[in-house]
Design a protein around this ligand. Structure first.
Ligand code: FAD
Length: 200
């Protein structure tokens, strides 16, 4: 082992950056990984011209200008803005819940109208001590948002009924009273053109 200064287990973002910086300082690193590729969770594979994010979509986002400038030395990033949508039956809604979502749900246009409806639904439910995730979610955002945008997603993710899940799983559900569909609050975001693990 004296051939190397560092043995780095894992070639994800952390391991790769550590090795890169240590190497710049003259240290010799051995990076190993149990997966057959580098990159860890951000690994992308080009399949028929599409950069497939093998472990789920990864958007690089940060509020720190130094971090953004640092990462841009390795790749050119596109201008991708994460603005997810949810499909409930045949209806499409913006996430996280914002004024575009509320406009579609209730045909209202002002934050005050949306607040009034959510507050009314919360009051109607009156769960003072929520016993499970369903009661907790309804007491945070009301019945309509829960039924259309929380229930199905949560039950699929956990593989259990929301009434069988503990309430502490959901501490808060972000609700925005603006017409901004941007998922992240960070100043900088994007995906490297060519993927995270370009092969050339
Ligand atoms: C579905 C999903 C979506 C995500 N989306 C985003 C996003 O959009 N934006 C964002 O900023 N973050 C996102 N994240 C988080 C992001 O993936 C991680 O923060 C980031 O990948 C962490 O990098 P890492 O190097 O610490 O770990 P990892 O990327 O997990 O890399 C660790 C590596 O170590 C290897 N390893 C572990 N143990 C051993 C061992 N004993 N022997 C050998 N090798 C080992 C693993 O195989 C892996 O390759 C997402 C995560 C998931 C799961």
């Amino acid at each position: 082992m004296d051939k190397y200064d560092y043995l780095i287990v894992g070639s994800g973002l952390f391991g790769a950056i550590f090795a890169y910086e240590a190497n710049k300082k003259g240290k010799k690193c051995l990076v190993i990984d149990k997966r057959s590729h580098i990159g860890g969770n951000i690994y992308t594979e080009n399949i028929e011209g599409i950069n497939v994010h093998k472990y789920g979509a990864h958007i690089f986002h940060t509020n720190n200008k130094k971090v953004w400038e640092y990462i841009n030395q390795f790749a050119e990033f596109n201008r991708y803005t994460n603005s997810p949508i949810a499909k409930y039956k045949d209806e499409i809604y913006n996430l996280p819940f914002n004024m575009n979502t509320f406009n579609k749900l209730w045909n209202i246009s002002t934050p005050q109208e949306a607040k009034n409806i959510i507050e009314k639904e919360k009051q109607e439910a009156k769960y003072l001590k929520p016993k499970n995730l369903e009661e907790q979610a309804i007491s945070l955002v009301g019945k309509t948002i829960y039924e259309k945008l929380v229930k199905g997603y949560t039950e699929k993710q956990w593989g259990r009924k929301a009434t069988e899940l503990p309430s502490f799983i959901i501490k808060r559900l972000p609700v925005r009273f603006t017409y901004d569909n941007n998922y992240f609050n960070d100043m900088y975001q994007g995906i490297p053109i060519g993927g995270y693990t370009r092969n050339n």
